[in-house]
Design a protein around this ligand. Structure first.
Ligand SMILES: Cc1cc2nc3c(=O)[nH]c(=O)nc-3n(C[C@H](O)[C@H](O)[C@H](O)COP(=O)(O)OP(=O)(O)OC[C@H]3O[C@@H](n4cnc5c(N)ncnc54)[C@H](O)[C@@H]3O)c2cc1C
Length: 318
């Protein structure tokens, strides 16, 4: 994993005497305030998934996230389900919802109408995205639609005083002309009115930290919140990562090797991998995290706990 890898071709005692020493991560100072969290869910497709989502929300709610966000399906396919889920979060919980909204497959008028409906329903936070086209197709702006996320953000600003989050890509968006172009695009989104960026997930922590350096050098001062994906199904995560341009380091493949038929071991390994990542980020001064929960609460709950967050109102029922 590290360039300081201990040599393996020398006897143990000699390696111990001459090899590198790895210091542990600093323990979190008890005085330090816990980090700010947000959780992402996807809108359920079936009754069973609906129950799974609400069990997940109930389990994570006592961790007092700053907001919880609900995704918008590729090609804008989940508009009604996203709206219904966000509306229920408003009516049935004390959580602050954020609705994802995309430019795909709709005119500006249609997208604006959805945004107005959110405002009327009490939703004050939008995660504004260009969106992905339906699988197997290439993105093309809808005639009369918003072409890119920066255009959508500028449009939302004219509708109401939404809090707006945008997407950022530590490894560069897969179809960007260049890394510089992509960073310029992030600046455009923030200049258009987004107040924070949430990153695509990443597994190499250094990639994110170097990205922060590049953002700062480009004059970006808005929070760039790391998107954390706790992985318990490695094969699925590897497939999905290939589609969205997040690289999967070779060490992850080695760590999960041979666990395809062993979900319990995979979960424990996934917990350790994500825990190490967030602790390293925390040790580097990161104090905000966005979790891609995939509507499963356990890893996110445990990792949040590890980061120093405690449930308000006591331990919820597992
Ligand atoms: C936190 C987060 C949440 C997400 N949630 C969803 C979701 O709910 N639903 C969904 O469908 N997808 C979602 N996505 C995925 C996202 O929609 C895709 O990654 C999409 O391909 C890009 O969206 P964007 O908002 O970053 O687009 P943009 O910022 O518009 O950028 C898209 C690409 O176009 C380039 N670009 C931008 N402006 C221009 C221009 N003027 N000329 C030429 N090129 C330009 C950029 O460099 C980039 O390569 C999410 C991603 C993240 C990180």
């Amino acid at each position: 994993m590290s360039q300081d890898r201990a040599p393996t071709d020398v006897p143990t005692l000699q390696r111990w005497l001459t090899g590198p020493r790895f210091r542990s991560l600093p323990a979190r100072d008890a005085e330090q305030p816990p980090p700010k969290l947000s959780f992402e869910f996807f809108p359920p497709r079936t009754e069973a998934l609906e129950q799974q989502l609400w069990a997940c929300i109930q389990r994570l709610a006592p961790m007092m996230p700053r907001f919880v966000s609900v995704t918008y399906g590729a090609g804008g396919t989940t508009q009604a389900r996203t709206h219904a889920t966000v509306a229920r979060i408003v009516t049935d919980t004390d959580l602050t919802p954020a609705a994802h909204l995309t430019c795909v497959g709709a005119t500006r008028q249609e997208v604006d109408d959805v945004a107005r409906q959110y405002w009327a329903a009490g939703v004050r936070h939008i995660v504004a995205l260009r969106g992905d086209p339906p699988p197997g197709t290439t993105y093309a702006p809808h005639p009369g639609g918003y072409a890119f996320a920066a255009d959508l953000i500028a449009g939302l600003r004219k509708i109401a005083d939404f809090e707006i989050s945008a997407a950022a890509y530590p490894e560069t968006h897969p179809t960007a002309r260049s890394a510089e172009d992509d960073l310029d695009n992030l600046k455009r989104k923030l200049d258009a009115g987004a107040t924070r960026a949430i990153t695509q997930y990443f597994f190499d922590t250094d990639t994110y930290l170097r990205f922060l350096d590049r953002c700062l050098a480009a004059g970006i001062t808005a929070p760039i919140v790391p998107g954390i994906m706790p992985v318990s199904n490695y094969a699925q995560a590897a497939r999905f990562s290939a589609m969205c341009g997040a690289s999967v380091p070779a060490w992850m493949g080695h760590i999960f090797e041979g666990t395809d038929d062993d979900p319990e071991t995979r979960r424990m390994i996934g917990m350790v991998v994500a825990a190490e990542q967030v602790r390293l980020l925390q040790a580097n001064g990161v104090d905000e995290f966005h979790f891609y929960t995939l509507n499963r609460p356990d890893l996110t709950y445990a990792i949040a706990h590890l980061l120093g967050v405690r449930p308000v109102g006591g331990q919820p029922a597992a």
